[in-house]
Design a binder for this molecule. Structure first.
Ligand code: C2E
Ligand code: MG
Ligand code: MG
Ligand code: MG
Length: 292
């Protein structure tokens, strides 16, 4: 038996509570109310094309301004949401907020796309693809402007048969990205069966690639793999100019990381965008790879 300490410091001894921390149960209740009352928020991090430095998109990352705990990050929110059956509702909320914001940006003439993270649970929910379609319709967003990022870990149960939700989303014209690529156990076998449009190299390989020869070799191989598959490749966790230059040299398409900006609330990203000069003309088209 374990003594579980609740937030008020009371010791509770209970077999039923052994596996679930009191703090987490409390947090799940708070999270449910936060989703219902619309008090979650979405931050956005820029994605930049390496060929011409154009802003090509933003990734939506959930945040929660908790009344007592302050700003709670996604790494703390997502496990709570997944363990308490709230993850689909949370994802729909993030999609709704971020598509609303994308519609505003596109109406202002910003030619950017949106990436949103999915939990695998969303792909076994039959209503999920229908709700995504309804949100795209509501905001008059072309599905090609939406990329859904899925971690390989989440798909580990059955790489041979992609979850039906995946195909349904793909059939709508939504792009699919394999997030944190390279950290799963069978990264390569997924690629034979999953209809993906993008590989997103995990930041653990990118962070030190300028000083670690093995990391560089791995990043280079993933970039080559994506090129041979004819799909887009994105590096996350780009923190230094040196890393950026290396990524450009080895032919990576898109970079994302603190070097450009941390994830920001939309009004602060507006200032960030206003301070930049975007490339103009034909060369500015998308972040897509020019045939080499
Ligand atoms: P991710 O999708 O791989 O997102 C990238 C994470 O790396 C973000 O953490 C981001 O803040 C951080 N990051 C970005 N650039 C850099 C950098 O240059 N250096 C370093 N050290 N870190 C960087 P965050 O926002 O805490 O999100 C963590 C994870 O939580 C995400 O990883 C994603 O898997 C998940 N997540 C976030 N928002 C959502 C959501 O709305 N739904 C779902 N299902 N998952 C989400
Ligand atoms: Mg992601
Ligand atoms: Mg990632
Ligand atoms: Mg990650």
């Amino acid at each position: 038996r374990e003594a579980v300490k609740n937030p008020r410091g009371v010791q509770i001894y209970s077999a039923a509570l052994e596996s679930r921390s009191v703090a987490r149960i409390g947090l799940a209740g708070d999270l449910r109310r936060a989703i219902e009352s619309g008090s979650l928020s979405t931050h956005f991090q820029p994605k930049v094309a390496l060929s011409n430095d154009a802003l090509v998109g933003v990734e939506a990352l959930v945040r929660w301004n908790h009344p007592d705990r302050g700003l709670v990050s996604a790494t703390d929110i997502i496990p709570v949401a997944e363990n308490s059956g709230l993850i689909v509702a949370l994802t729909i909320e993030v999609l709704s907020q971020s598509l609303t914001q994308l519609a505003t940006w596109r109406a202002e003439g910003r030619q950017i796309d949106l990436a949103v993270n999915l939990s695998p649970r969303c792909l076994s929910d039959v209503d999920f693809p229908v709700e995504v379609a309804a949100l795209l319709e509501e905001h008059a967003i072309d599905p090609a402007h939406l990329t859904l990022e899925i971690t390989e870990g989440g798909l580990a149960s059955d790489a041979e048969r992609p979850l039906p939700g995946l195909q349904s989303l793909r059939d709508q014209g939504i792009r699919l990205s394999l997030d944190d690529f390279g950290t799963g156990f069978s990264s390569l076998s997924y690629l034979r069966h999953l209809p993906v449009d993008e590989l997103k190299i995990d930041k653990s390989f990118v962070l030190n690639m300028a000083t670690d020869a093995s990391d560089l070799a791995i990043v280079r191989s993933i970039v080559d793999l994506a090129r041979h598959l004819g799909i887009t490749v994105v590096a996350e966790g780009v923190e230094t100019e040196m890393t950026l230059n290396l990524l450009r040299d080895i032919g990576c398409d898109i970079a994302q990381g603190f070097l450009f900006s941390r994830p920001l609330p939309p009004e602060r990203l507006d200032s960030w965008m206003a301070a930049r000069t975007e490339p103009t003309g034909e060369g500015a088209l998308r972040g897509l790879r020019v045939v080499r």
